[in-house]
Ligand binder design. Structure first.
Ligand SMILES: CC(C)(COP(=O)(O)OP(=O)(O)OC[C@H]1O[C@@H](n2cnc3c(N)ncnc32)[C@H](O)[C@@H]1OP(=O)(O)O)[C@@H](O)C(=O)NCCC(=O)NCCS
Length: 191
């Protein structure tokens, strides 16, 4: 819970909202292959994967819905998961991610949700210790995804490097490469 947002697990009832989000070309412009994801794929693959992660990962990790406190409306998701993206191989830590509805962009929701998720991880690391072994948070995005880079900074991460991967297919701006942002938990705690 933040000033304006509730973070909660996604469930089967979120299929319509999730399909709309992942089916939006503006949302997918700099994500994966840059193409909107068909509803059938969200239903058969994306949502089941998200739900299965809750069983597999320690509590507090995974992809979580962001809902507006005021309206209860689903506005997107933020995630904190063991890093497995291309470019993060040398970061045996947690990876931050987010996808929000264009209608709410620019309100600071992504950064607010990301900070809350990271803070919750700290508290739980300190308490039950279930996250033992993760010592940093990292994120990666296309270099041209300015909004996403700004969210990383506002979440406390710092630019590490630019890299060039051999992606299948071309997304506009790919020639500028991808960027890695990261910060150790110690640095984030004292930032
Ligand atoms: C990236 C995304 C999550 C940002 O969500 P958001 O709630 O609008 O983010 P915030 O409001 O917390 O912060 C966005 C910041 O980027 C800035 N920004 C947005 N678009 C920008 C642009 N084109 N150029 C420069 N800055 C930009 C905003 O001004 C804001 O910074 P500020 O608070 O210093 O003014 C959202 O745009 C999104 O879902 N995009 C599609 C999915 C995606 O690309 N996810 C990331 C994949 S790695």
């Amino acid at each position: 819970m933040t000033d304006r947002l509730i973070l909660r697990r996604l469930g089967p009832a979120d299929l319509d909202d999730l399909a709309e989000l992942h089916g939006d070309p503006a949302v997918m412009r700099f994500v994966d292959d840059g193409e909107p994801v068909p509803r059938e794929v969200v239903a058969a693959r994306t949502l089941p994967e998200i739900l299965a992660e809750y069983d597999r990962l320690p509590e507090g990790l995974g992809r979580f819905a962001l809902a507006e406190r005021e309206t209860g409306a689903f506005v997107g998701w933020v995630s904190l998961r063991p890093a497995d993206s291309v470019g993060l191989e040398e970061f045996p830590g947690l990876e931050l991610g987010y996808r929000l509805r264009p209608t709410v962009w620019g309100r600071g929701y992504a950064a607010e949700g990301a900070r809350a998720l990271i803070r919750r991880a700290f508290e739980d690391f300190n308490g039950s210790g279930y996250g033992h072994g993760y010592d940093r948070v990292a994120a990666t995005t296309m270099a041209v995804n300015t909004a996403s880079r700004r969210v990383m900074e506002k979440a406390g991460l710092r630019y590490v490097r630019t890299f060039f991967a051999d992606w299948p297919g071309y997304i506009e701006g790919a020639e500028h490469g991808d960027v890695v942002y990261a910060r150790s938990l110690d640095e984030l705690r004292t930032a």
